[in-house]
Design a protein around this ligand. Sequence first.
Ligand code: PMP
Length: 440
Amino acid sequence: MSHIFGRSTRGQLPTAVGGDGCYLIDATGKRYLDGSGGAAVSCLGHSNARVRAALHLQVEQLAFAHTGFFTSDPAEELADRLVAAAPEGIDRVYLVSGGSEAVEAALKLARQYYMEIGQPQRHRVIARRQSYHGNTLGALAAGGNEWRRSQFAPLLVETTHISPCYEYRGRAEDESVEDYGLRVAGELEAEILRLGPETVMAFVAEPVVGATAGAVPAVEGYLKRIREICDQYGILLILDEVMCGMGRTGYLFACQEDGVSPDMITIAKGLGAGYQPIGALLVQGKIYDAIAAGSGFFQHGHTYMGHAMAAAAANAVLSEIEENDLLTRVRTQGDKLQAALQAQFGQHAHVGDVRGRGLFRGVELVADRDTKNPFDPSKKLHAKIKAAAFEAGLICYPMGGTIDGVNGDHVLIAPAFIIEDTQIDELVSKLSTAIDKALS
Ligand code: PMP
């Protein structure tokens, strides 16, 4: 309950009072290397000068004007910049205040689209097990984490779940990576046919699964096959890049590495980089056009959408990424991070897998490397790692295996794009100390 503020909160957790690049500082002056940026939020590190200046300037000019009455320069600029950088065909942007709002908007827009083009029977969503798409009721329905879903069932959006693309756990030893990708993508077609293609509205997936699986990337070819299947059955492909987008994988949008253009993309976290709450839904022109030609109005909206301060922060984030060539840096530093993790944990008796893309990495722990069996969930290894890392002055993002006990506990690592080589060493060394302490 520590994230419900008031009365008893102080004392349960350290009080964060400042930030300095890759470090967060608490009220006692202790410095923590921020190895996860919350969960992949603080992509520029803390106290970034450009974002601070942009926010100062914006608050002097205009903080808020309701989008029911006005547009604003920062919001228009942000939309134009996102469209210019997005995969082919994306040409509209819907600005919201966070990830769940972006996913929620995507689901409602998909539903309205099919209503307007005369296919009202399309209402079902297919997503993947071990995924997370947010905590509001629609987004929760799409998510495939049983533990989060179960206490709120029946959920609002009818969703069924297929296997994730999870090479470490899914690929058979004698199967090529390509065959594995095609086989697991084939589950989507089977599920569409089982449900009846004319009833399915959208397929939702994270190109690199974040919090619930620990930076698990789709293998090459998987998303391309998914795109083909969606096209074949007239189903919208929604890629949730709330965590893996905004440069985290070394591409502004993770799906650009996969060579795939979805119908919609959701982003948040790194868009505001922690300086402002903001999210966005990016949409293919055909969806916008259908609604414009029909009712002319997307039946949705939130008070703070297109907030000028939030958009100003996001514009400054994009400028930092562009002008400092941070995407190249994410790829270089990401390779170094992967190499350092591999060197440290490659032979570790209880590390089964080290994976990810760019500065988005995951370490999966197992009781036995040969069988890949996870530790008993009651051991709560992930919580012990989090505590030991914190004590050592490292913020990382450990999570338990899924409720069905299929996966091992894992640690998600998502440092700021500005991380230096010495800080990569510090991160890996502190993580190693924390893992060994938790295991002892
Ligand atoms: N989708 C994904 C992939 C996420 O990782 C998250 C947040 N962890 C969300 C959606 C929800 O975002 P928010 O917490 O900003 O509502």
